[in-house]
Design a protein around this ligand. Sequence first.
Ligand code: AVJ
Length: 308
Amino acid sequence: MPDSELEEILAGLRLPQKKISPKYFYDERGSQLFEEITHLPEYYPTETELGIMQDNMDEIAELIGPQASLIEFGSGSSQKTRVLLENLIDLAAYVPVDISEDHLIESSSKISAEFPDIQILPVVADFMQPFDLPEPAIWPRRNVVYFPGSTVGNFTHDDANELLRVMHQEAGEGGALLIGVDLQKDRYIIERAYNDEAGVTAAFNLNMLRHLNREFGFDFDLDAYEHSARYDPFAGRVEVRLVSSRDQTVRNGDEEIPIAAGESILTEYSHKYTLEGFAAMADAAGFSVEKVWIDAERLFSVQYWLRQ
Ligand code: AVJ
């Protein structure tokens, strides 16, 4: 594992409010646990977003038009991606972009087996930075950046703005963005989704420490931390933490980091937006909101933005 990653993790643990990036959730076990989360009865986002896509697919396909290139940020192998690949008209190419070459190879080979007629052009890149797009055999009439799952919620508003600007650049002239965004709502519904009865989200959160022990040589005691997920309605976000249940010290090489009883490590933000708030994000990143679809309970939105 690169030293720069270890340095980044250590720097986060030295802060007064300790924090570790949510990207460290997703080792093999973490990815499996997240998949389990998406099927939990309390976790409404995945099923709601899929329902919105299915209910509005004809209109989505019509807005995107024929011979588009679909550029997914994240190597999606989700059901939502499949619905798009099945329904978009004469797709020029499907371009999954991911920092993990392993994830990309795995999901691309599955997708290409299921959709032998679609040209699949995977790109290994850190999508926080602009990257070069591959050239499909058919010249695309439009680039459509796809960012499902309310993954945008993991980012602070500033970082989300930066990411949306990269998407703006990749969309290019005449391009568009199709993005799934979770909405602000009753705090009880949100907190239940991140504190499920079966304890899968707690296991997912704690698994980050197991990952750090294995890959980066920490000695976190998994029994000495508890899962916490609270919605802050003023900030409009869930804050996911690991709370230390006693005074303890975590070690890495020569470094010793003390953690007090009740002190927490912030492992994730999951921002929820209002429609107005997210429209302001579109505007700031150089997009105009063309269409917003929501479910009947107003839990989640799928939005189609045009590049200005
Ligand atoms: C993958 C970032 C969209 O914020 O809901 C689920 C991750 N964390 N349960 C989310 C997550 C805890 C998820 N995202």
